[in-house]
Design a protein around this ligand. Structure first.
Ligand code: MSP
Length: 593
C-alpha cells in the first residue's frame, strides 16, 4: 500500500526511555540527545498554556495562546490516536502583588476576584472548544504542596540563601528590573515616574531581606542546554535571543517577598514571614498538573511543550529551566513562543479602551470561524494586527467561498445526483501523463494538483513541528484554491452522466475533488473541529477514518483500492460556513464609528 511520507518526530521520547537528572550536578550536566519516536508507538505529549492572570477579563491575546496549544495538541492526537497519550493543561495564575492590588482596587477579597475571573477563563475556553485535559488554579491545595516541596528541594541543594534585595519591582509584570531597564515617563500629574522600559508599566523601589536563588550559577548549563538542542526554543529567533541574554550578566534572583507586603501567596516553608515569589509559584504549575512531587510526574515531564507569549520568554527560558535544573529535573522539551496581537495598530490595553472581547468574536464569527482567523493570521515571529473587516474578508474568502463552495460543487444534487463518492477512472486519469491513449482527459495542472495534495499532510505536519500553524493553514488554503481551479477547468456541470464518453470522466473529476476535500477536512480538524466534522460527515468519512496515520490521498491513482469509492455521501446538513459579508448590522455600526 502506498504510504504517505511517514511523520517525522513525535516529540520527545516515551518517558520511560528518558532519565531525569536525578543527581544533577552543575559540572556534569549535559543536554542529552532527544529521543525520537515514529508514528507507531504511543508517544506521550504534554502541552501547556501559560496560566492566566486573573486581574482582568480574558482578551483575544489570551485566547490565541490557548488556541495555539489546542491546535498543537489536537494535531498530536490525530497522529497518536490513543487519547491517554496526550495531556494538555491550562489554568489561572492567582497569587501575587498584582492580584492583591487588583482585588483591593475592586473592593473584593482576593479569593473572590480569583473565583470570578478564573470562571470567565474556564467559560471562554469551553466555548472556544479548547480541548484541555487539566485546568489548574494556583490557589488549589495540590499546588501549594507542589510549590512548597519544590522549594524544599532547592533549599536542601543549597541553592537558596537569605540576603538583602534592593532594586526596582514592577507589580504589573511581577518582575525585578535592573536600573538599565527602567526609564522615566510623565505620570497622571505630569511628574516623571519610573516605568519599565520594556512594558511601560510603573515600577517601585523595593528594599527588603528575601530568599535568593543562585541563578548566576546556571548560565553555563543553560547555554549547554540551548546549544545542544537548537530547537529547544522555537521559532529560532527566540532561541537566539535567549542565548544573547545569556551572554549578559545573570544575577541571582530574589524568590520571596516580605509577607507583610505580599500576603496573597504561598508562604515559604518554615518561614511565615516570607511569601514565595509569584513567578516561582506560577511556573511550578506545570509540575503540579502531572502529579509532582509524586513519581508519576516523571513519565510526563520529558514530553513537555510549553506554549508562551514572547513577553514571558525570560521567565520560561531562563528562570524556569534554571530552577528545574536546580531541583534535579531536565528543562522542558520545547518552548514554543508566539508574538502579540495589536488592535488597529495599537497595543491592547484597558486604558486605551481597545481590548477585544473574545466571546463577542466567537459569537459574531462562530467558534470555528474565529479559531481559523486567529490561527491563520497569527504569525509567531512578529506581532499581528486585529480589525473586524480583516476577519470577515478572510472567512468569507477561504471558508465560505473557497472551501464551502468546493464542497457544494461536488455534492450538489444537480451534479452528483446519486449522492455518492463516484468511481475513479484510471484510463481518464492514468498514473503517468504519458500512459493511456485517446481517452486520457487529465492535464498537466491536474498532475500538479495530485502531487500537491499527496504531500500536503507531511508539509502540514512539518509546519506544526516548527510551530508555524499559519503556514499549515496557508498550505491547505492554497490546495483548496488549486482544487477549485481543477473543478473550474473541467466544468463537470457541462458533462453528462448519460453520455458513456462523459460519465467516467465526470465521476473521476468528482472523485478527485472529494478526495481533496477529505484530506482538507482531516487536516483542518485541529483548527476548526466542528467545521471539519461537518465536512467529513458530509463526505461519509467515519470517525475511525479521520486520523493522520492512515491518511492516504487518492489511492486509486496509485493503483490501490479506495474504501470510499461507491460509498454514499453523508446527509446534507446545509452550508458549510455562512458568508459573513458586509450586511451584518454590527459591522455597519463599526464602520460608522
Ligand atoms: N501569569 C503569567 C504567566 C505565568 S505562566 C507560568 C502571565 N499571564 S498573562 O495573563 O499576562 O498572559 C498570558 C499569556 O497571554 C501570555 O502568553 C501572553 O504572552 C499572552 N498574551 C497577553 N497579551 C497578548 C496579546 N496582546 N497577544 C497575544 N498574546 C498575548 O503572563
Amino acid at each position: 500500500m502506498l504510504r504517505i511520507p511517514a511523520f517525522r518526530l513525535l516529540g520527545r521520547a516515551g518517558a520511560s526511555r528518558v532519565s531525569l537528572l536525578e543527581d544533577f550536578s552543575l559540572r556534569h550536566y549535559s543536554s542529552g540527545a532527544l529521543c525520537v519516536r515514529d508514528d507507531t508507538g504511543d508517544a506521550r505529549a504534554y502541552f501547556t498554556t501559560p496560566i492566566f492572570y486573573v486581574n482582568a477579563a480574558p482578551h483575544i491575546g489570551h485566547l490565541y495562546s490557548a488556541l495555539l496549544a489546542d491546535a498543537l495538541c489536537r494535531h498530536h492526537r490525530l497522529r497518536v490516536p490513543s487519547a491517554a497519550a496526550t495531556r494538555f493543561s491550562t489554568g489561572t495564575d492567582e497569587h501575587g502583588l498584582k492580584i492583591q492590588q487588583a482585588a483591593a482596587a475592586a473592593g473584593l477579597a482576593p479569593s473572590e476576584l480569583c473565583d470570578r475571573v478564573s470562571a470567565q477563563f474556564q467559560q471562554l475556553f469551553r466555548e472556544a472548544d479548547i480541548s484541555s485535559t487539566d485546568f489548574i488554579r494556583t490557589t488549589e491545595a495540590r499546588h501549594r504542596v507542589a510549590v512548597q516541596h519544590f522549594w524544599r528541594v532547592l533549599k536542601a541543594r543549597g541553592l537558596l540563601y537569605k540576603g538583602l534585595y534592593e532594586g526596582w519591582y514592577c507589580a504589573s509584570d511581577e518582575c525585578f528590573l535592573p536600573e538599565a531597564k527602567v526609564t522615566r515617563q510623565p505620570g497622571p500629574s505630569g511628574d516623571l515616574c519610573p516605568v519599565s522600559l520594556e512594558s511601560g508599566h510603573p515600577v517601585s523601589w523595593t528594599k527588603e531581606e528575601n530568599y535568593i536563588f543562585r541563578l548566576s550559577q546556571f548560565r553555563e548549563p543553560l547555554q549547554r542546554w540551548l546549544r545542544g538542542d537548537p530547537q529547544a526554543i522555537t521559532p529560532e529567533p527566540f532561541h537566539h535571543a535567549v542565548l544573547q541574554w545569556l551572554e549578559e550578566e545573570l544575577p541571582d534572583l530574589s524568590v520571596s517577598r516580605r509577607s507583610s507586603h505580599l500576603h496573597w501567596g504561598i508562604p515559604v516553608p518554615g518561614d511565615d514571614s516570607q511569601t514565595i515569589y509569584v513567578w516561582l509559584d506560577a511556573l511550578v504549575n506545570y509540575l503540579t498538573v502531572i502529579g509532582y512531587p509524586n513519581a508519576e510526574f516523571k513519565s510526563w515531564w520529558p514530553t513537555t511543550s510549553h506554549i508562551i507569549g514572547k513577553d514571558i520568554l525570560k521567565f520560561h527560558a531562563i528562570y524556569w529551566p534554571a530552577l528545574l535544573l536546580g531541583a534535579g529535573i531536565n528543562p522542558p522539551h520545547r518552548i514554543y513562543v508566539h508574538s502579540h496581537w495589536t488592535v488597529c495598530g495599537q497595543k491592547m490595553s484597558k486604558s486605551l479602551g481597545n481590548v477585544v472581547d473574545p466571546r463577542t468574536c466567537l459569537d459574531r464569527y462562530t467558534v470555528d470561524g474565529f479559531r481559523y482567523f486567529l490561527l491563520r493570521q497569527g504569525v509567531p515571529n512578529w506581532d499581528c494586527d486585529y480589525y473586524d473587516e480583516k476577519v470577515v474578508k478572510l472567512l468569507d474568502a477561504e471558508l465560505a467561498d473557497s472551501l464551502g463552495g468546493l464542497l457544494n460543487r461536488c455534492t450538489a444534487n444537480r451534479i452528483n445526483p446519486s449522492g455518492t463518492y463516484p468511481a475513479f477512472c484510471t484510463t481518464c486519469f492514468p498514473s503517468e501523463p504519458g500512459l493511456g491513449g485517446a481517452s486520457v482527459r487529465a492535464q498537466a495542472e491536474d498532475y500538479a494538483l495530485v502531487s500537491a495534495v499527496t504531500t500536503l499532510p507531511k508539509q502540514v505536519a512539518d509546519h506544526y513541528d516548527n510551530f508555524q500553524i499559519y503556514k499549515a493553514l496557508e498550505a491547505v488554503s492554497t490546495c483548496v484554491r488549486q482544487t477549485n481551479g481543477f473543478v473550474q477547468r473541467h466544468a463537470p456541470w457541462k458533462l453528462n452522466w448519460e453520455s458513456p464518453v462523459d460519465a467516467p470522466w465526470l465521476g473521476t473529476v468528482l472523485h478527485v475533488a472529494l478526495e481533496c476535500l477529505r484530506i482538507f477536512g482531516t487536516l483542518l480538524q485541529p483548527v476548526t473541529p466542528s467545521l471539519a466534522d461537518k465536512l467529513l460527515s458530509r463526505l461519509g468519512v467515519s470517525a475511525t477514518e479521520r486520523g493522520l496515520g492512515e491518511l492516504y490521498f487518492l489511492p486509486r491513482f496509485y493503483g490501490h483500492p479506495c474504501p470510499f469509492e461507491g460509498r454514499r455521501l453523508g446527509p446534507e446538513t446545509g452550508v458549510l460556513f455562512p458568508r459573513l459579508d458586509q450586511s451584518r448590522a454590527w459591522l455597519v455600526k463599526a464602520h460608522k464609528t
